[in-house]
Ligand binder design. Structure first.
Ligand code: FES
Length: 117
């Protein structure tokens, strides 16, 4: 049984229309302890809900780096943050998402995607 009756309801729940960022957080267990990842995810959810900027967020099972996590990837910017904590989420959401200013000293890799669609 599906959570939503229609596809339109499901897409509305994702808040895809108007979203400016899509955040993917790996909770572990290979890049970081799952308990740490879960705490970071909970804080990220709260901050995204409070943000004035429309954001989609996805809990990722594994981003295949498998060390130095929890990992947070911010698209469309292609910014990869490692070692993300609940406290670091606060600055990332405030400055990167809210003001468009990535936290340079926490960026491990930057790789914006340039699809053709
Ligand atoms: S478990 Fe987090 S990157 Fe693989």
């Amino acid at each position: 049984m599906s959570k939503y009756e229609t596809l339109a309801e499901g897409l509305a729940a994702v808040k895809i229309d108007g979203a400016r960022y899509h955040l993917f957080l790996c909770l572990g267990p290979d890049c970081a302890p799952l308990t740490e990842g879960e705490l970071t995810w909970r804080r990220l959810k709260e901050l995204c809900a409070e943000s004035a900027v429309p954001v989609m967020r996805t809990k990722a099972g594994c981003l295949r780096v498998c060390t130095g996590g929890p990992w947070l990837v911010v698209y469309p910017d292609g910014v990869w943050y490692g070692g993300v904590t609940p406290e670091r989420c606060e600055r990332i959401v405030r400055e990167h998402i809210g003001q468009g200013q990535p936290i340079a000293e926490w960026i491990v890799k930057r790789h914006p995607l340039t699809g053709t669609a």
